[in-house]
Design a protein around this ligand. Sequence first.
Ligand SMILES: Nc1ncnc2c1ncn2[C@@H]1O[C@H](COP(=O)(O)OP(=O)(O)O)[C@@H](O)[C@H]1O
Ligand SMILES: [Mg+2]
Length: 841
Amino acid sequence: MSVLEKVSTLLGVGGARSAPPPRYAGIADGLVLTEGEAWAWWTCETSNSDLMSEAERDAEQARAETTLTQVLAGMDVHLRVLWSPYSADDYRDEAAQMYVAGRWQEWAEHRADRLDQIALPIRHVLLGVRLGARKTPAARRVTDAAGASAQGVPARELATWHTAARRLGRRLEASPWRCSMTTVETLAWMITREQHRGIPAPVAGRSLVTGATLAALTQGRALPYPDHLRMADATGEIVAWVAVLTMPTWAERMATPGPGEWLRTLAEVLYLPPDEEDQDRDPEAAGLLVPVSPEASVRLRVLPKRVAIARTDATAKLVREQKHSAANHAIGDPGQVITDAGQTMADLRADLEREELSLVEDHPRLVVTSTTSLEDLRARVDAVTAHYGDYGITVQIGTDEQRALWLETWAGDRVRVPGLGHVRDTSAMAGAWWWGGARVGSDTGPVIGYLTGSTPGVVRLSPVADGRDATTVALIGRSGRGKTTAAMMMALEAAFYGAWVLALDFKGDLGGLTVAADRYALPSRLVQMTRAHAGAADLIPLLAEAGRDAARAEVPAQLSLVTPPHLRAAGAEVALQAAANAVISGSPSPATWQVLQHLRDASDPVARATGDALFELSQTPHGSLFMGRPERGAAPALTTQSGVWAVQLPGLALPGAGDARESWTSVQSLSVAVMHSILAYGVTTAGRPDLRTLPKTIMVPEVHVLTGTGQGRHFLDYIARVGRALGVRFILDTQDATGLLLLPGVIEQLAMVIGFQLTSAPQQDALAELLGLPVGPATRERIRKLAIGDGDGIRHGHSIIRDPKFGAAATQWDVPTAELLDDLDTSPRTAAEAAPDGVPA
Ligand SMILES: Nc1ncnc2c1ncn2[C@@H]1O[C@H](COP(=O)(O)OP(=O)(O)O)[C@@H](O)[C@H]1O
Ligand SMILES: [Mg+2]
C-alpha cells in the first residue's frame, strides 16, 4: 500500500533534508536527549517465533498489533535493528566470574577462540519513542546554572523524562517485545557506531553522559557520494563504506509466516564476498556464503482511526486535485498511478469505517555496511536487493540522498526524505516480526553452542541447578547423534564451576570425560566398580541413608529382576517380599545379603530355591555390588570433593530400548538391577550432609533401560524427586521419548529438554510434546531432519533445546577444539560396545 508515497513524491514535499544533524544534549539509561527533543529507548527481546505453532504466532502477532494501536498510537516511533559481532573478549572477562576449578583460563580461552572463529553476529532490536519537545531553550540552559545539574541537563527535567519513560515502559514490558530500558552503554554504542569510530564509549556506570564525553561519541566524518557514504576515522582514513537503501515499492499483500516478516528476515540475507568469487565450487554447498547483516531504521507513526480517516480523505483530495491540475494544465494523462491511488484511498476509507482497522505510516531504510571495500559493499547491496526482490519488495539505493537518509537513521533525528514512506495497516506492521527469531538458554553462563534458527546467537546454559527448582535435564534422541557428548560438555562446565560431578557410565563410553578433565587439570577419577566393592550398591543401606522406607518396595522389585523366570512363576515374589520385610524390620543393620540368607534358611522350597539362585548370582561381579556381603574395612570408591568422578561398570550388558523384558538374558537382568542400585548410590552420596553446600551434578545415560520396566520407571520417578529435594542436577539421556512421557514424576522435574533426531512418528510426537512444540507433521519433519547435514553425513550435536523461560530453539552443540572432541570420543572402549541404535551387543 504505497499510495501515499506516490502522492508525496508527486507533490514534491520538501521534508527537512538539509536540517542540521541532531545535537545530543545528554544520554542516560533509557533516554536520549537532543537539544530539542527527548526520546525514550527500549531493547526488545527476541521471541522464539521459529518454532511456534501457527496459533501461537497469530496470537503473538495480534498482541503486537494491539500494542501498536493502544500503547504507541500517535507517537513517533523509531525502530532499529542493529548487529554487533559477538565479543569473545567479554566472554574472557566473564569466565573469571564463572569458573573456579582446574585450568579454567585455558578452557575459557578455547571457547573464546572458537567464538572469534565463528564470528556470530548478534542482533539488537531497539525501539525509540519520542516523548516530547524539550522546553528549556538551548541558550538558557547553558547560562542557567541554578536549575541545571552539574552535568548540564537539569536534574528535574531528567527526572520528568524518566517518569514519562517508565510509565510507557510498563506497558511495553508486557508486550510481546518484552521491552527493557536500553542501557546508557548500548545507547552510546548505537550513537558511536553510526560514525564508525570504533572507539568503545567510556560511559560504563555513568547515569548521565553529557558534554565532552558525549561530543566524543559523535565526531565522525561521513563523505557523501551519490550512492554511498565513506566513513573516515580520526586520521582521515576510510574505515567503512555505507549505503542506505530505501524500499519504495511493496507487494500489495504479504503473508506471515513468509514475506510479510521483512524485518525478521534481515538475519537471513547471505552473500558471497567478492574475494571468494573465483572459487570453482557451489558457494552454498561449500559454506562460503556469509551474513550481510543489513540494519534497519524504520520511523513510524501509528495513526489512530480518526486520524487515519482524515488522512485518507486528505489524500483522496490531493489525488483529485492532482488529477484536476494535470487535466487543466494539459500536461497529458493524469496517469494510472493517480487513478489507482484514488481508488485505493476509497477502498481504505471504507475498510477503516467498517472495521477496527488502524493505519501506520512508516519510512523504512536499510543500512548496508562494508569495512573492507566499495566492491564488497556493492556485493552486499546486491544480495539485499535480490533477497527482497524475491519477496516482491523493491529495495534500492537512495541515490543522491545518502547523507539525508543516513542522518535519518540517527537516534533523535526525524524523517528527512518523506517521499519514501508507506501507509499500511497495523497488522501488516506487526507482521514484520522485527522481534522474531530464535533464542534459548540463560542470559549468563557458559556458551555451549550456537543457534541454528533464523536469527544467529550463542546458547548459554547455567552450569548447575539453581536453588531447589526443577533440576532434571533430559537429552533424547537416536543413538550416535551427540547426546552423550552434549552431556559430557555440561558435566565439564559444572566441574569448572566447582561442582561434584558423578557420571554413571553404564555403557562404557564415558571414559573420555575423565581424559578431558585431566587435560584441563580438573580433579577426576575413573572408578571401576568390581567385586572389591561388594555391597557398595546395596539398596537397603543406601535408601535408609536417604531417610526413606523405600527399600521395602525397591529391594524385592530389584531382586525380582534377577530371579529366574521359573521361580517367579512359582511365586518367588511373595517370598522375596516376606524376606525383605523380615530383614528390614528385624536386623540391627539390615542388608540385601541378609535377605538372601533369610531365603536360604526358609523352610518353603520356592523361597529356598530363590535364595540359592540369588546367592549364586551374588558371587558374580555385578551381583556382588548390590547383593554381596561387604568385605571388612573396604575403602569407599568415591570421594566427595568437587571434580569429575566417572563410575564405570565393566562388562555391563544393558538391553536396548525396544527389548521386551521377557527376552532379557540373565546378564542383562543383572545389569539392569545394578544400574538401579548405582543410581541410588549416586543419589545417596549426593544427599550426604557434608555435601549440602556443594553444587552437584549426576549424569545418568541410557535411562530407556529403566523406562522399559515398571520397577525402573518407579525408580526413576523416585530419583528425580529426591534429586530435587537435594538440589542435584540430573542429566538423563534416553533414546525413548515415549517411555519418558510415561513418567509423570520425572516430567514434572524437567528443567530442560534437549531433543536430537528421532525417526519414528510416535517417538517424534512424544518428543514434540516434551519440547512443547505442536504435535504434527511439521514438527515430525523438523525432528527427523535434525541430524541431516549439508553432505550425506550425520550432523552431530544438532538439537532442539527447550528451556522453561524462552521456549524451544534449534541449537548446534559446539566442542571448541579438535583435541577435546577426540578426548570425548564415545566410540566403544570396553567390551560393552554399542551396536547401531544403542542396542548393546
Ligand atoms: N557437537 C558435536 N560436534 C561434533 N561431533 C560430535 C558432536 N556430538 C557428538 N559428536 C560425535 O558423534 C559421535 C556420537 O556421539 P554421542 O555423543 O556418543 O551420541 P549419542 O550419545 O547420542 O549416542 C561421537 O563419537 C562424537 O565424536
Ligand atoms: Mg550416548
